[in-house]
Design a protein. Structure first.
Length: 95
């Protein structure tokens, strides 16, 4: 593992054109630099509930052709921890 840590990718809000290309490019570059990548599924939705089971490792093989797909391979969610701090606090995100 790289001493720099890991890169986690999360898609918040609604779908955005080209988001799969961004996920793919960031993953490929990071892996080539020796930085492991984690994809966080469904935006902040699960993390705000304290559930970290919706995290998956991403590798070059996982993202090499995703730019042909619509939507986001990681899913999206409009859950926003800054707009509902009580929900974020219950999920363990508050300091």
């Amino acid at each position: 593992m790289n001493p720099q840590g890991k890169l986690a990718i999360l898609v918040g809000g609604g779908p955005a054109p080209g988001i799969n290309s961004v996920i793919g490019a960031a993953t490929i570059r990071s892996v080539l630099e020796g930085v492991p990548v984690l994809g966080i599924r469904d935006g902040f939705e699960w993390i705000m509930q304290g559930d970290i089971d919706h995290v998956t490792p991403l590798d070059i093989d996982d993202v090499s052709r995703i730019h042909f797909r619509g939507g986001s391979i990681l899913g999206t969610s409009r859950a926003n921890p800054t707009k509902d701090p009580s929900r974020a606090a219950s999920g363990g995100l508050a300091s």
